[in-house]
Design a protein around this ligand. Sequence first.
Ligand code: ISL
Ligand code: CA
Length: 555
Amino acid sequence: MERAFWKEAVVYQIYPRSFMDSNGDGVGDLRGIIMKLDYLKELGVDVIWLSPVYKSPNDDNGYDISDYEDIMDEFGTMADWEELLAGLHERGIKLMMDLVVNHTSDEHAWFVESRRDADGEYGDYYVWRDAAPDGGIPNNWESFFSGPVWEYDEQRGQYYLHLFSKKQPDLNWENEQVRTAVYDMMKFWLDKGVDGFRMDVINLISKVEGLPSNGTAPIADGSMYYVDGPRIHEFLQEMNREVLSKYDVMTVGEMPGVTVDEAKKYTAEERDELQMVFQFEHMRLDGGPGGKWDIVPWKLPQFKAVMDKWQVGLAEKGWNSLYLNNHDQPRMVSRFGNDGEYRAESAKLLATLLHTLRGTPYVYQGEELGMTNVKFPMIDDYKDIESLNMYNERVTHGGADPGTVMEAIQTRGRDNARTPVQWDDSRYAGFTTGTPWIGVNPNYKTINAKQQLADPDSVFHYYKKLIALRKQHDIMTYGEYQLLLPDHETLYAYTRTLGDETWLIVLNFSTEPTSFDWPAPLSEREASLIVGNYGEDGLDHKQLRPYEARVYGLK
Ligand code: ISL
Ligand code: CA
């Protein structure tokens, strides 16, 4: 396996709206990030992935872009952005921008022109269709944000496709001019010194010709007609040839529904597409047949099986990106750990997993503090379009029980990850001097950065330690991975091996002390603790305490 910076790096995701507000308007901004650069340096991360900061009417918090080459007013100016980039580079930190090119905002000039003039230069920039022969919508695909993917436009007299909200019309990637326009925009940012891109739902850009319905139900999942679509590899190879290959860049494709076999193709080095992908299989283990809002308990053996499949699948060719939460997912400690009595322990246990599997770890803002889900009491407290549309469809129009739907949102809703970062124990957690755009998690008095920076045993310092360890031990990046005890219900154990060095990682995913029988031949080797979330106190090699995590070096 060839060495590469992006394999050895740790990435930190910033969701700017919720990171830090510099001017008291309640919305996080670029100058807020600049205020926290030394915090990021202290944590030791190598790369920032910045969620969208472009001009946007904020129907989907910046994932609906109305101008790709300008900064959102609420976030600041291009001069602020340039200062941010310089500040990061001074500290040896790279910047990956979010590239959202499956769709634009309906307020983007391309769309405004496209709806105005079907025969004009932009007429074919989006996916326009006439009504079906029976007068109904062109097909039965369901939008990610509830309802059909079609919206009728009076001005043009046709329907346009939107996989996400109706303010996010899909670009027509079949049109070569669209692709060229996207590549030019990428070069605009790369020429400004950007170090890479996280590519939003990039495996959805190629749709099956004819956009066929899935069956005859009025509304159905259409993903088989656009996930890893027919021309996707061609498009990415073209993008690579035209843009990426000309710069030294990091790339990660966000890919809902991607399989290991497809991911191999996206990331195999000789294919010249992308470096890594975000897969979603482990994010679906607590969803039932009804999808993400149909909550079922997740089970550790299945979780291990999914991670194992990806670890093994991309071992020879390709590369994994590792994450347990982001701005679209609940907080990992509430979902996969224990956000009550063992919050700190389980946050550290999950951190140990994230940093010792093989792949590039992605830390989402606040994760390094062990921030938790929030339980807002009222639907009006929520801001996320996905949750609000779903509530509307099910409760307002569908007559569902509001209590059940609220519980689903409290458990799985995206706003769990979007409450402001908890900087200190002052009003609004030090995020803003004004009124925050979304409520602060009331636990900020006890969970905050100020307290954790001062406490050497905090979750923050544990992350810092893991990130620093990666710089000292190649085995964390390049070591081969092997799973142990696949069927164990509460222990997650595996080894990493590089040359004659072996590490053994043992994680107790439970509130109960659990005994660990070392399998031969590992049991014959001398073990020393490299890092553990209880430290060296009371270390018993055969017994793990609740949510205990240990990394041993074996001789
Ligand atoms: O959030 C999800 C699960 O609840 C995903 O289905 C998510 O919508 C999907 O992964 C795509 O996410 C990305 O594109 C969306 C945007 O809303 C998300 O924030 C972004 O990460 C549309 O741009
Ligand atoms: Ca602000």
